[in-house]
Design a protein around this ligand. Structure first.
Ligand SMILES: Nc1ncnc2c1ncn2[C@@H]1O[C@H](COP(=O)(O)OP(=O)(O)OP(=O)(O)O)[C@@H](O)[C@H]1O
Ligand SMILES: [Mg+2]
Length: 363
């Protein structure tokens, strides 16, 4: 058996097993059938709290409490949950933690791509067995959805809108009838209580494979917003960077709050097309510059500082990462970035080193 420390990225239920067990022990509220925790305890797991016995439950999702409550409550109904939002708004992250808290298993996952086939939502066959013995239960290879139905757990569907329409249609039957017939064996798998689907979809994919209204009706949609304020985004990035540094076992580097604040400010200003004080308009580059990308840039900066720098996160450690995130299209984005540096960064008090490092990285 591998423990959570032996793998690069343990599942949420492995990583936070201690928190989940403490919550289960402290949880005296009613649990929906098939759930390991009450909806209240699931929301505590996601939002963070301190339990009566002193266990600190770390916040997983940082944002409006209401969003988490609506999402959790949806899972306790017969509707599936669709998490919708622009890239990097923690749709996948929230989906994993929701599944982990509700059932202790976040691994029943269908990844939506243009090449995803119906077998991924229904079932397939082990062809060696099928040829040897004909159709039998042993030859059947259940999809994660089928397993979730049989075991009464949530299944996750990533990037719902990238699934081809006929595969999406397969989900309609599952969600409305809560059963999956296997005509080859003359049987059906009826969903047990606790079964539901948590899907994510990216706003930017709108129009790719727009779900039919029949499918949409089976989902409650919860829109995950971008962080409302710079402070909130700095908070998210600080926590996630510390967390990433820890799981990658990077040598300790002091948090570097200044650098985090600067990167978050640059990303927000370029994203919203105006400076934070609203005084000046700036052009937006083609990339998304999401919170998730800010986390990556700063984690990379930490690695630079730890291995090649002086052990403190400095502008020169993050400049190349910022440049890479902003300038996705060398021609158009290069112009946007240089203009931002000259008109905004250059004259901002306290940004002299950052400006110089970015100029250097821009070559
Ligand atoms: N509000 C938030 N609270 C906590 N973490 C957040 C928040 N917003 C973003 N993150 C962090 O951003 C990272 C990326 O999130 P995730 O991959 O879930 O995004 P996504 O919405 O699924 O993006 P995509 O559309 O690209 O799939 C995660 O590490 C997550 O911790
Ligand atoms: Mg995602």
């Amino acid at each position: 058996m591998t423990g959570p420390d032996d793998v690069l990225r343990p599942h949420a239920e492995q990583r936070f097993a201690g928190e989940l067990a403490a919550l289960a022990a402290a949880d005296d509220r009613p649990r929906p059938p098939g759930w390991r925790l009450s909806p209240w305890a699931v929301s505590r797991y996601l939002l963070g709290c301190t339990l009566g016995d002193g266990t600190a439950v770390t916040p997983k999702y940082i944002g409006a409490r209401r969003i988490v409550e609506v999402a959790v409550a949806t899972l306790a109904t017969d509707r599936a949950l669709l998490l919708l939002g622009v890239p990097g708004t923690a749709k996948t992250w929230l989906s994993e933690h929701l599944a982990a808290a509700v059932s202790g298993d976040s691994t029943l996952l269908v990844q939506g791509t243009a090449g995803t086939t119906e077998e991924a939502v229904r079932y397939g066959w082990n062809y060696a067995r099928l040829l040897a013995d004909g159709p039998s239960r042993e030859a059947l290879v259940p999809s994660p959805i089928m397993t979730a139905m049989a075991e009464g757990r949530p299944a996750r569907v990533e990037e719902l809108t990238r699934l081809p329409p006929e595969v999406q249609d397969g989900l309609i039957t599952v969600l409305s009838e809560k059963t999956m017939p296997v005509p080859e064996l003359g049987v059906e798998v009826q969903a047990r209580p606790g079964f539901t689907v948590i899907a994510t979809a990216n706003d930017r994919d709108r129009g790719v494979n727009e779900p039919s209204s029949a499918l949409r009706r089976r989902f409650n949609t919860v829109v995950l917003p971008l962080p409302a304020t710079a402070e909130e985004e700095v908070d998210i990035v600080t926590r996630r960077v510390a967390d990433m540094g820890h799981s990658l076992r990077l040598p300790e580097v002091p948090a570097g709050l200044e650098e985090i604040r600067r990167v978050v400010t640059v990303f927000r200003e370029l994203r919203q097309g105006a400076t934070e004080d609203g005084r000046a308009a700036v052009a937006s580059p083609s990339g998304t510059l999401s919170t998730a990308e800010a986390v990556s840039v700063l984690t990379h900066g930490l690695a630079m500082a730890a291995h090649f720098g002086d052990g403190v996160l400095r502008p020169s450690d993050v400049a190349a990462g910022v440049h890479g995130a902003v300038v996705q299209d060398p021609a158009a984005d290069g112009v946007v970035w240089r203009e931002y540096l000259e008109t905004v960064a250059r004259n901002r008090p306290g940004w002299r080193d950052f400006y110089a490092a970015c100029r250097e990285a821009a070559g």
